[in-house]
Design a protein around this ligand. Structure first.
Ligand code: ATP
Ligand code: MG
Length: 183
């Protein structure tokens, strides 16, 4: 599975709809301080389901939606969409059949969030399930922040195991077992 595009509209400093194409195996984002580099990573974390109590900077809807500038009025909603190439069918479950997956999250000024997979409204957990076992979830090792590196170096063995389990792809099965046992 590969991330192909990040589409951002109305999220933080991205007032205008912006499409970031990821065609090369590696990309580097450069720019002056405050130009919005970290906001791109925030957008990716957010569409994967991060919110309250996470590392995302700015958690309330009002902080996530473009707040206006000298030249522009504030906007009323933010949208982030990830386009994933799933031609290797790394995604299991009901969405695994699709070669391409679009994951989108929208929030309005009232703070109401909605999630979509291939333009069909779903629950947050449907989005999270897509990424379980793929190494791309919001709680995976796929995005490594500076704060996380600090945590790794001081983590207890049990905490490190959680990351290892996601890396090895067993977290999906643990989640399934937990569900089965609770029924
Ligand atoms: P650095 O190199 O310092 O890490 P950066 O490129 O990572 O900078 P970001 O942190 O991504 O910069 O962007 C910060 C900018 O985003 C600030 O100018 C801030 O005003 C703007 N910003 C954040 N939230 C909003 C919002 N809700 N509406 C409008 N602008 C926002
Ligand atoms: Mg930054």
């Amino acid at each position: 599975m590969r991330l192909r595009q990040i589409k951002i509209a109305g999220f933080k400093s991205f007032a205008d709809p912006t499409v970031i194409d990821i065609r090369a195996p590696y990309i580097v984002i450069v720019g002056p301080n405050g130009c919005g580099k970290s906001n791109i990573i925030d957008a990716v974390r957010w569409v994967l389901g991060e919110g309250r109590g996470s590392e995302l900077r700015g958690k309330a809807a009002a902080e996530l939606i473009f707040a206006g500038s000298a030249a522009r009025k504030p906007l009323g909603r933010a949208s982030v969409e990830l386009v994933l190439d799933n031609s290797d069918h790394a995604v299991k479950g009901p969405w695994g059949q699709y070669e391409e997956l679009s994951i989108r999250r929208v929030v309005t000024g009232e703070g109401v969030s909605a999630y979509y997979i291939n333009h069909q409204q779903v629950r947050k957990r449907d989005v999270q399930e897509i990424f379980l076992g793929t190494g791309l979830g919001s709680r995976s090792y796929a995005i490594v922040s500076q704060a996380m590196i600090a945590r790794f170096t001081s983590a207890k063995p049990e905490e490190l195991r959680v990351y290892l389990e996601e890396a090895a792809g067993v977290s999906l099965y643990k989640e399934r077992r937990r569900e089965t046992e609770s029924h």
